[in-house]
Design a protein around this ligand. Structure first.
Ligand code: OGA
Ligand code: MN
Length: 199
């Protein structure tokens, strides 16, 4: 894991974003997917919205995924392991860049067939508490024909395309890069998290 984290740090330093295939083991992504199935069976997946607090609303023309935030008081072993890795990454980022990240928030996301998330920035208006976005995919054998790619819009006009294949991790500066999830042609499962500074 150490050398993989080092790869992310180097990419963040040189370009502000990183894509790492096979960051997490199949064993871990499979058991996270199992946790997601349980959460779904319990009816804990909710239609995702946009905006925050008073501004929060469901806007299915912008995003049509369903999400479930981690419940700190009720975590499976795989969720705990995932959080430990995120914590390690957070510490290494702080050591290297003095970013002062002190929180990590994360939710499962499930895109049913034809679901998408239009081009957006992860920071809420007038708030810079979300510093780094961290996404992990849980889908075995994802192919180009399955759609659902993440498009990351770089500031030089270049566009990075990522297949949401199990174990792949994407990490980027939340304030810098607009991104988009193209319509998925099969169910698409992921975890999206943010390293934050306290408000
Ligand atoms: C998000 C998001 C991208 C993805 O949840 O904010 O942009 O590839 N997710 O799942
Ligand atoms: Mn996003």
């Amino acid at each position: 894991m150490k050398y993989k984290i080092e790869n992310i740090l180097e990419d963040l330093e040189s370009q502000g974003w990183s894509v790492q295939n096979n960051f997490f083991s199949t064993e871990l992504t499979q058991s996270l997917k199992q946790t997601l199935s349980t959460i779904r069976q319990q009816g804990l997946l909710k239609q995702a919205g946009i905006g925050r607090n008073n501004n929060f609303h469901i806007e299915q023309s912008i995003r049509s995924d369903e999400i479930s935030w981690f419940d700190e008081s009720n975590l499976t072993e795989s969720q705990k392991i995932f959080l430990e890795h995120a914590e390690e990454l957070k510490q290494e980022i702080n050591k290297r860049f003095y970013m002062g990240l002190n929180e990590f928030e994360v939710h499962f996301a499930l895109y049913s067939e034809n679901s998408f998330y239009k081009r957006h920035l992860d920071q809420h208006k007038n708030q810079d508490t979300r510093v780094i976005t961290f996404i992990c995919y849980l889908n075995e054998n994802w192919h180009k024909e399955d759609g659902g790619e993440l498009k990351l819009y770089l500031n030089n006009g270049e566009i990075i395309t990522v297949l949401p294949d199990a174990g792949t991790v994407v990490c980027f500066l939340s304030a810098e890069f607009e991104h988009e999830v193209l319509p998925a042609k099969r169910e698409r499962a992921s975890l999206t998290g943010w390293f934050r500074k306290r408000e």
